[in-house]
Design a protein around this ligand. Sequence first.
Ligand code: NI
Length: 183
Amino acid sequence: MALLKIVTYPDAVGILRTRCKPVMKVTRETRRLISNMIETMRHAAGLGLAAPQVGVGQRLFVYDVGEGPEALINPEIVQAGEEIEVATEGCLSIPRLQGDVPRHKEIQVTGLNRAGKPVRLPAQNLLARVFQHEIDHLNGVLFVDRAVPDSLHWLTEEEEEERVQVGRRRSVEAPEPEAVSAA
Ligand code: NI
């Protein structure tokens, strides 16, 4: 496995604002990309990472909210509950910026898992939030587009370092990360 470079805004505005293309076939190369994205996500203490964030314009993302890493390929939100929840988010492609983002509390998504098998996943709370954040990435949408404007704020370098350290420890030790996510 290898660590990939996470591209950031505004340098990589082209790929980060692209509507990504469906994955036509899950190949060995797709699985290698997924493995590398999972390693990269862990290293950065993220809860999710979408292909355009590593410069690949394909509709897939990886995630891990404490139950082990998985991938979702060609994801679609097929159902969204009415209840909206506002919580703080960050993004690995906009380092240190955080803001409060309204998201559906409950959704159902379909897609293919990393083995290429069709899945339909119910998701609530943090997992639902991560899915919505990552699916937005595949459509060229960033969390700042949806954040409550007054809520946007920059973390200091120390706070960002703490986030990464806590995130790394949490990823091996604790199943329930708090609602501040970087994806
Ligand atoms: Ni993100």
